[in-house]
Design a protein around this ligand. Structure first.
Ligand SMILES: *Cc1c(COP(=O)(O)O)cnc(C)c1O
Length: 378
């Protein structure tokens, strides 16, 4: 027998209690019962997103909310700045181009964070830019961007700052209202400990003004419709009722643990993983590592794709390989969501085992010992 363990940066494991909640009797969405759930969820979402602004939900994966931000904030011919330091930064550019929005690309070396000064220079060189798109954690490279500084730069202009926090939320600090972030995007299957299928998007007052004037085509993903219903504690279309019932439970769990404690837990697990990988003789890929996911360089003479495959098929553990140009060159272990000390130690042990099987010379247990030491008081 093998237990199956999800250690990839999404989907992440779902707590048993939440799974049971989602198996509850299905209720109709136009009822006082569901309105109560929705009211609770909407209030708690603001706390978890650390914002006083509305956090809207869509029945889609995270990319749906990314597309929602583009089609609702912008108009034909608008110009935007896209920070592209990996797969997900690129996605914002692809969506913008699909709708005829003009993009100014800031190409950051994969593995490095964006430089806020460059963002400022690009804003100065491109007057009239309507939005800047960034990621908090760029999951494909494992870096975390300095959103506080980027927000400081963007908030001095008329442009809005849109942050894809799909993987970073709850793992890396984000204070949207204080840092000048106008739109925060989330997804259910990462730090929010739910199955895939819900996306989230917060809307600042500055963003609401752009929404009023946007003329790009949209229907299902209309933020005007979503905001109008939100004000009446309703949703424009049938919401993902079961997922929202699960979300209600998740948000209680998160608020009970406390957002600061959750950040510390992710930071500790990430630190232990980073140090364990170094103890095993490997190098980290990211210059500024996120606490959501650790990206590690595959050692020379080791088949990176075989490593990920053996982890899954023989050890029962799903980690992530590299995407795009990084295929076979890095592997990524997540610390996201419903994870504790022993999940992390198990992942480190399995990586050590598989590396040895693939001919890499390392002493078994070295990574685990390092992690145990770091997490001794956990
Ligand atoms: C997972 C992820 C997404 C993609 O979300 P989907 O739910 O697959 O649509 C987007 N951005 C980042 C940073 C992610 O980690």
């Amino acid at each position: 027998m093998r237990k199956y363990r999800l250690m990839a940066p999404g989907p992440t494991p779902v707590p048993e209690k939440v799974l049971l909640k989602m198996a509850d009797t299905l209720i109709h969405h136009r009822t006082p019962q569901f309105q109560t759930v929705l009211k609770n969820v909407n209030d708690k979402l603001k706390k978890v997103f650390c914002t006083r602004h509305p956090v809207l939900m869509f029945a889609s994966s995270g990319t749906g909310a990314m597309e929602t931000s583009v089609v609702n904030l912008l108009s034909r011919g608008d110009k935007v700045i896209v920070i592209r330091g990996g797969k997900f930064g690129e996605r914002f550019g692809e969506i913008s181009e699909a709708y005829g929005v003009r993009t100014v690309n800031y190409d950051v070396n994969w593995g490095a964070p964006a430089d806020p000064e460059v963002v400022g220079d690009l804003l100065a060189a491109n007057p009239g830019v309507k939005a800047v798109f960034s990621t908090l954690c760029e999951t494909s490279t494992g870096i975390v961007n300095d959103i506080r500084s980027i927000g400081g730069v963007v908030s001095k202009t008329d442009a809005v700052l849109v942050v894809d926090a799909i993987s970073g939320l709850s793992a890396d600090e984000l204070k949207p209202d204080e840092w000048g972030v106008d739109v925060v995007i989330g997804g259910s299957q990462k730090g929010l400990m739910l199955p895939p299928g819900l996306s989230f998007l917060s809307v600042s007052s500055k963003a609401e003004k752009l929404i009023e004037n946007s003329d790009l085509p949209k229907y299902y993903f209309s933020l005007k419709a979503a905001l109008k219903s939100y004000a009446k504690n309703d949703t424009p279309w049938t919401p993902a009722v079961s997922l929202i019932q699960g979300l209600n439970e998740v948000l209680d769990m998160m608020l009970r643990e406390g957002l600061d404690n959750i950040l510390v837990r992710h930071a500790r697990l990430a630190e232990a993983t980073r140090m364990a990988m170094i103890a095993l003789g490997m190098e980290l890929f990211s210059e500024k590592p996120s606490n959501a996911v650790t990206a590690v360089k595959v050692p020379k003479n080791v088949d990176g794709q075989a490593l990920v495959k053996k982890m899954r098929d023989e050890q029962g553990m799903t980690i992530a390989g590299g995407q795009g140009d990084l295929k076979g060159k890095i592997f990524r272990i997540a610390h996201l969501g419903y994870m504790d000390k022993y999940d992390t130690i198990a992942a480190i042990a399995a990586v050590g085992t598989v590396l040895r099987q693939l001919g890499y010379q390392t002493e078994l247990g070295k990574g685990v010992a390092k992690a145990e030491e770091i997490l001794l008081d956990e």
